[in-house]
Write a protein that binds this ligand. Sequence first.
Ligand code: GDD
Ligand code: MG
Length: 347
Amino acid sequence: MKALLLAGGLGTRLRPLTENLPKPMAPVGNRPWLEHLLLHLKREGIDEFVIAVKHYPEIIQNHLGDGSRFGVQIEYAIEQSLLGTAGAIKNAESLLSDRFLVVNADIIHEVSILPLVEYHIQHKGLVTIGLTEVEDPSHYGVVQQTDNGEIVRFVEKPKQDEAPSRRINAGIYVMEKEALQWIPKNKAVSIEKETFPLLIEKNVGVFGKIINGYWMDMGTNERYRKVHWDLLDRKCSFPLKEKEQGNGIWVGKDVQIGSGVLFLPPVLIGDQVHIGERSVIGPYAVIGDGCTIGKHVRCSETILWDDCKVHDSAQLSNCIFGYDLELGASHILYQAVMNRTAGVLQG
Ligand code: GDD
Ligand code: MG
């Protein structure tokens, strides 16, 4: 069974970080999320992938290539214009197996796939949607089900008091290729707003099963941070290339640490990082590969992507820095989300 990863969205809610980067390439624990995703699905027994790309496709293609570096096989379905979540699947039709998995590539998860596939086979529908329960379903696709799991209503992002339940679409589907006959070609179509409601109306069998394993949509800055704190708290267990020193402190290769530096766990320090004397890093700090941190710096609840420079006595709290950013000496930043070309968003 192949997996189709939907990775073409613009990632507008994660701007400016995704201004010039596809959202699924945003690093999670110092590694592009798409790498974690491929490796997770490989552990789940899937080794053939199609990636549906549109926003900066070359960044994904250059990084992942044909997949051989990760021991998997990757093909790409490229859209000339955004085709929407169903249009992107239709566009990839010729590359897909008769039964396939679809995954929203911006979902950070460690979901077990086999139980979902087994459920799908038992219930004989055209689609089985992985579901999860959240407090506020209004940001998601919400379902109403019968006792045997069949979905009788699917509402995308309902108003808060109009959601039929708290069970939401987790963005992971098992589908039969047959279902694609209901999606028009070369047209922007939303699977959530158009295809699922249509398949339900046609009564072709749309089922839903609660998934198990860590799950989080990284679509906003807050949730992007939360994924990192969960990773450091080991609520999810994606393998990190850095070595844990046994106390919630992970340190990469060739790291230089000045005298009197204090790590307040949990912290994750990438490869080739330099930290000047008497800096205090953490709690909750993720420092990307190649970053240089000056002396007497304070850095907490902050994520720095690779190659950032923070000069002496600067203070960072609750920030996210895109690649290759520089913060001047003695500057104080609180809750800033920044990207080199797109500037600062204070939030
Ligand atoms: N190739 C391609 N083309 N990919 C797309 C397109 C497109 O036109 N539009 C969106 N995608 C990809 C995005 O990159 C993302 O990985 C995935 O499809 C979902 O799109 P989002 O824009 O992130 O949707 P959402 O987060 O608002 O809602 C979706 O995910 C929720 C779960 O987090 C929906 O599927 C909801 O129903 C669901 O609950
Ligand atoms: Mg999303």
